[in-house]
Design a protein around this ligand. Structure first.
Ligand code: FPP
Length: 245
């Protein structure tokens, strides 16, 4: 934990705070079902949870939060559910354009945005533009994102670079990282999955190489400050050796 981190929060000092946490926001559908509500109500509640969690992470002094909002596989869901999630993302970006400068939250969208509705792409371009004027905390929202798809697109970029300039240089882990959607963002030290499942589901496959994984049964709409504190405490207790001893 850096001195900067400790200053930003009045809470008990954690031994070690990650710079970047990433979250698989799972359990919206079950949360809604338990209340006799449509699944889309779970996503609406989940979108509010994201707003609260992002603000809390910023206040704690983290530098980055990355969330999995819509995967390359999520297109298989019923059209009305896909439509509802796209609508929530649209609304979120629309509101972010108004508020991100005031709130000091930079936004970046990761994923293959080419396949998203034009309106959403326009909002993404606008948030990108505003983000260039903001420094500090950054929220990354993965939309139409898949870890394998991201790696394949990065490989295609490298092939294009090489075709244009055969002397472009050898491919290293570092240059490859720079071709991913997450270029310039440090790898997450902690990946949290809510909703009780214990898998990565194609999330940040390259970036997860050394991440600590934390799973909780809490359903995403119920995930709050206490759950974040528990995950950060578990992280602080872990012994990270990166292959050393
Ligand atoms: C997983 O829960 C959740 C999703 C696939 C969608 C996540 C989307 C949001 C939280 C809303 C928009 C986000 C932002 C950033 C504004 P699930 O539906 O798989 O839940 P289940 O496993 O209980 O069915």
């Amino acid at each position: 934990m850096t001195a900067q981190n400790t200053k930003k929060t009045g809470e008990p000092a954690l031994v070690r705070l990650p710079r970047h946490i990433a979250i698989i926001m799972d359990g919206n559908g079950r949360w809604a079902k338990r209340r006799g509500l449509p699944r889309t109500a779970g996503h609406a509640a989940g979108s509010e949870t994201f707003r609260r969690v992002a603000t809390h992470c910023k206040n704690l002094g983290l530098d980055y939060l990355t969330v999995y909002a819509f995967s390359t596989e999520n297109w298989k869901r019923p059209p009305e559910e896909v439509h509802a999630i796209m609508g929530l993302l649209d609304r979120y970006l629309h509101e972010a354009i108004e508020k991100m400068e005031r709130d000091g939250i930079r936004l970046r969208i990761l994923g293959d945005v080419e396949l998203l509705p034009e309106r959403l792409r326009r909002l993404i371009r606008e948030t990108d533009e505003i983000s260039t004027h903001i420094s500090g905390f950054q929220a990354n929202v993965c939309i139409n994102y898949g870890g394998r798809d991201e790696i394949v697109r990065a490989a295609q970029r490298y092939a294009e670079r090489l075709a244009a300039d055969p002397g472009a240089g050898a491919l290293t882990e570092e240059t490859f990282s720079g071709l991913l959607d997450s270029s310039g963002i440090p790898d997450p030290e902690l990946i949290i999955r809510t909703g009780g499942e214990m898998r990565l589901s194609n999330f940040l496959l390259w970036q997860a190489a050394y991440a600590e994984l934390y799973f909780t049964d809490t359903l995403w709409p119920d995930f709050g400050e206490k759950d974040i504190a528990e995950a950060l405490e578990a992280y602080a207790r872990r012994d990270r050796r990166f292959g050393g001893i």
